[in-house]
Design a binder for this molecule. Sequence first.
Ligand code: AMP
Ligand code: ZN
Length: 110
Amino acid sequence: MPDDCLFCKIVNKETDTRFLYEDDTYVVFKDIHPAAPVHLLLVPKTHIRSVNDLTPSHQSLVGGLFQLAAKMAREQGVDQSGYKLLFNVEKGGGQVIFHLHLHLIGGWNR
Ligand code: AMP
Ligand code: ZN
């Protein structure tokens, strides 16, 4: 893992970020600059740079990430009103933190 990865620092509890969810594989926390009433970041604990770096060995990790997204959406009360799931991939795709994360964005019309 790169020493300068902010999300590795968050995962390792080197910041005061509050987790809405944590297990052995993932953490979930609120985006510091929310783009919507609900804006969560779902982050695998392992350092993977971007979607480009996923391999077949990550299959269950990625599947679990989407199941976690649905669970968090239910908990946030946006599962029925609807939400967006977004991966920004590399600089041209808007990625600024190079540690894989899934944005869960919604809550406009709850
Ligand atoms: P991306 O553009 O996909 O790399 O998204 C990175 C996201 O991380 C942005 O939406 C930022 O607002 C968010 N972010 C940056 N620093 C923090 C932090 N310390 N805690 C929570 N979210 C953060
Ligand atoms: Zn990292």
